[in-house]
Design a protein around this ligand. Structure first.
Ligand code: KIV
Length: 263
């Protein structure tokens, strides 16, 4: 199993970190079997698994339920769990209690929090209590309403400076890595070069220290996906073809055949 020290080593050695967001036993098992560096039990759970239109409705109990299943599927993989909306923003004491539940009940290795300057005290509190924290800057989906939608961030000079400052502040507060979501490649590269901790990009170009994608996106289970998603499989079509074949064979009485029958 990797540790936070391995994340720093990967950066020093100029290698790449691979991370996938996944939410259940069987997908975690697949990720572990192919040697992914890190699994994120992301609050994208809300949209990908629950069919919500944002990550905001995801609760602490729900993310814990899914993270436990992921741990069973990937007992030897570094697992990061997203702290859901309002489980860390109210105050740092509550954040510690909630992060503590995630660590104790799921066997996760770290938690991830969205935001910069405004969450520094909370990050410090968690890190000082022995909980590794991954940061998340750029497009932070829990703030979708404040951002005015799922849009590329860091387009103006002022916003770029703020993101660079936030990344440094998070590093100083003790995060062991930062997700950079939906920002221009050149900005992600600048931030990456300015930090000692690794950055993991999603929609941030190929110059970050690692990449993360959502399991269902990279396997092509949704008809529409953002520009930054590469579909490595047409999963939806393959699943539909298989299920359609099942329906046909049942209707034709060609399933079950002798091979699949106790005689
Ligand atoms: O919730 C999630 O899956 C994430 C990644 C997309 C970075 O935050």
């Amino acid at each position: 199993m990797k540790t936070i020290l391995d994340f720093l080593k990967v950066k020093r050695e100029n290698k790449k970190i691979t991370m996938i967001s996944t939410y259940d036993y069987w997908s975690a098992l697949i990720c572990e079997e192919v040697g992914i560096d890190c699994i994120l039990v992301g609050d994208s759970l809300g949209m990908v698994v629950q069919g919500q239109d944002s990550t905001l409705p995801v609760s602490l109990d729900e993310i814990i339920y899914h993270a436990k299943a992921v741990r069973r599927g990937a007992p030897n993989t570094f697992i990061v769990v997203d702290m859901p909306f309002l489980t860390y923003q109210v105050n740092k004491e509550e954040a510690l209690k909630n992060a503590g539940r995630i660590m104790q009940e799921t066997g996760a290795n770290a938690v991830k929090l969205e935001g910069g300057e405004e969450i520094l005290e909370t990050v410090e509190k968690l890190v000082k209590s022995g909980i590794p924290v991954m940061g998340h800057l750029g497009l932070t989906p829990q703030s979708v309403h404040a951002l005015g939608g799922y849009k590329v961030q860091g387009k103006t000079k002022e916003k770029q400076e703020k993101l660079k400052r936030d990344a440094k502040l998070l590093q100083d507060a003790g995060v062991f890595s930062i997700v950079l979501e939906a920002i221009p490649k050149s900005l992600a590269e600048d931030i990456t070069n300015s930090l000692e901790i690794p950055t993991i990009g999603i929609g941030a170009g190929n110059k970050t220290d690692g990449q993360v994608l959502v399991f269902h996106d990279l396997l092509g289970f949704f008809d529409k996906s953002p520009k930054f998603v590469k579909r490595y499989l047409e999963g939806k079509k393959l699943f539909k073809d298989a299920i359609s074949q099942f329906i046909k064979e049942v209707e034709e009485e060609t399933f079950p055949d002798e091979k699949h029958t106790y005689l």
